[in-house]
Design a binder for this molecule. Structure first.
Ligand code: GLC
Ligand code: CA
Length: 555
């Protein structure tokens, strides 16, 4: 591996701009808000920012349905605001990653509007069309957000493909001018100062034009269209056109279903540098009931399976700099509340889960607000959740016999909206997010779990994160060999080793106090980092519920 890439030591902070900081008091976070909070972000010790889409969108999918890839959405600010943000970020030596949904556009994108004018329209080929065959739909594919993956055009007799949503038609990557257009977009942003790109949903770019049926009666189009053969060609062409190599642009591809083997398939050939997968979220799928829609049932994490996946990623991806390490993002409920105990052990749960994951080999992505132990937005009414399927799940669950609380718990711990709450800056009105405009999403205001109060408390989650990030920057935790220690299921213990430096990371992933015998580990005499309630007596480490610590063999 070329060892000079800037991103090898990246510690990424992900910002969902709508929810970070509102400066013009319209209830929606904006780019000026990002700029205003750069000093705060810098104080965390992270060195890279990933910003969810801020380009012009129809907001059917909060920015992932793009109308113009080069224009800033006025909802977030102006061109000048974005230039100033980039400039201020650079001043603080941040690297910037922008989010790039290149698989589809909004149906309001001028390309699609032109494409709709008819079969002879040059932009027609920017999208994927099939003739009606007399059946209600061309095949049995369903879209990611529900319903069929095909919609018939209003003034013609063809159907267009949409893997996610009717309002988000899929682009046709077979069409050379489209590919050039996309490379131009990346180049445009690179010239503006962007250092990396998150390639949204890139695994679906190569669609088999035979449109093979899904083996089930109706099945996810995404399942049968991912990882097409031409992907490599498309990506290498784009990398060449954008000058990726010379510019040392980081390409992070989103491939939610990729295991280590698939990840290596892309990274070995430098198609993408890193992959964001969801395969480490090893939920106990067998605990789900057959009688209710599975994707909206919350089940606990299978810790043995989790260890197996972590080992797969740590071992196989070691030589390529380790995997991307994350618990949270804008597409999943916040993990500490889903998998830990944020009711009774909130501080320790938040600290332990961060310690467990981020001190492994790889690149952490910290999702805004997790550093203060933010919980999910808790909805009381399925009608307030943007996914229309929430309501039908709720109705089915109630009919099945679940009470209101239970049905809502399952939704709040499986939906996307709950993770998108406003950043809790203070315990003032609207948590200091906006002045007096009600935020676009249900607001949570809490004492203690806000930046202002945690700044003042040396043992807060926030200050723990700062120490953790600092530790992550040491050679031992950047490069050291990783080894999982065999323990009972609810303990997660691993060793990092670099030459004769050793670090032992001990985590208790349960509500029971635990002990670990340190007898077989020599010279681990420095307790470098610890949550509340950690004790070492003789050679026995005592961990309270959800406690964690890091022991080192030298100082
Ligand atoms: C990615 C994004 C998600 C979006 C989808 C469609 O999975 O992370 O938020 O809805 O792609 O663009
Ligand atoms: Ca605003």
């Amino acid at each position: 591996m070329n060892s000079n890439h800037w991103w090898e030591d990246a510690i990424i902070y992900q910002i969902y701009p709508m929810s970070f900081k509102d400066t013009n008091n319209d209830g929606v976070g904006d780019i000026k808000g990002l700029t205003q909070k750069l000093d705060y972000i810098e104080s965390l010790g992270v060195n890279t920012l990933w910003v969810n889409p801020v380009t012009l969108s129809n907001h059917d999918d909060n920015g992932y349905d793009v109308i113009d890839y080069k224009k800033i959405d006025p909802l977030f600010g102006t061109e000048e605001d974005s230039e100033r943000f980039i400039k201020e970020a650079k001043k603080r030596n941040f690297r910037l990653i922008f989010d790039f949904p290149l698989n589809h556009t909004s149906d309001q994108h001028p390309w699609f509007k032109k494409a709709l004018k008819g079969k002879d329209e040059p932009y027609r080929d920017y999208y994927i069309w099939v003739d009606s065959n007399g059946d209600p739909y061309p095949n049995n594919w369903t879209a990611g957000f529900g319903g069929p993956a095909w919609t018939k055009e209003m003034n013609g007799d063809q159907y267009y493909l949409h893997l996610f949503k009717e309002e988000m038609p899929d682009l046709n990557w077979d069409h050379a001018p489209l590919r050039q257009e996309m490379a131009d977009v990346v180049t445009y942003w690179a010239e503006k100062g962007i250092d990396g790109v998150r390639l949204d949903a890139f695994i679906y770019l190569d669609i088999d034009k035979d449109f093979p049926e899904h083996p089930e009666d109706f099945g996810s189009a995404q399942e049968v269209t991912s990882y097409g053969e031409k992907l490599k060609k498309y990506l290498s062409e784009m990398n060449q056109r954008t000058g990726k190599e010379e510019k040392d642009l980081l390409m992070i591809g989103e491939a939610t279903s990729a295991g280590a083997e698939k990840i290596l398939w892309y990274t070995d050939d430098n198609m993408v540098d890193k992959v964001i997968t969801l395969q480490h979220f090893t939920d106990k799928a067998d605990d789900k009931l057959d009688d209710l829609p599975k994707e909206k049932q919350h089940v606990p994490l299978d810790l043995n399976e989790f260890k197996r996946m972590q080992t797969e990623f740590q071992e196989n991806l070691h030589d390529s700099g380790g995997p991307i390490l994350f618990w949270n993002n804008h597409d999943r409920p916040r993990a500490p509340q889903k998998y830990g105990d944020m009711q009774n052990h909130r501080d320790n749960t938040a600290k332990m889960m961060a310690t467990l994951l981020y001190l492994q080999h790889g690149i952490p992505i910290i999702y805004y607000g997790e550093e203060i132990g933010m919980n999910n937005v808790w909805f009381d009414d399925p009608g307030n959740i943007s996914d229309k399927r929430a309501r039908s799940f709720y109705n089915a669950a109630r009919e099945y016999g679940w009470d209101h609380q239970t049905a809502m718990k399952h939704l709040n711990l499986t939906e996307r909206d709950p993770s998108r709450g406003i950043m809790q800056w203070s315990n003032e009105k609207w948590a200091g997010f906006s002045e007096d405009a009600a935020p676009w999403i249900k607001a949570t205001v809490e004492s203690k779990y806000n930046v202002e109060e945690q700044e003042k408390d040396s043992s807060s989650i926030l200050n723990y994160y700062r120490r953790l990030i600092d530790l992550k920057k040491s050679d031992l935790f950047r490069k050291g060999k990783w080894e999982l220690i065999d323990t009972k299921e609810t303990l997660y213990v691993y060793k990092r080793q670099l030459d004769n430096r050793i670090g032992l990371v001990c985590c208790n992933f349960s509500a029971e106090p635990e002990e670990i015998d340190l007898g077989s580990f020599k010279d681990l005499d420095t307790l470098e980092l610890a949550t509340e309630g950690i004790k070492v007596k003789e050679k026995t480490l005592q961990l309270p519920p959800f406690g964690a610590c890091v022991l080192l063999n030298e100082k």
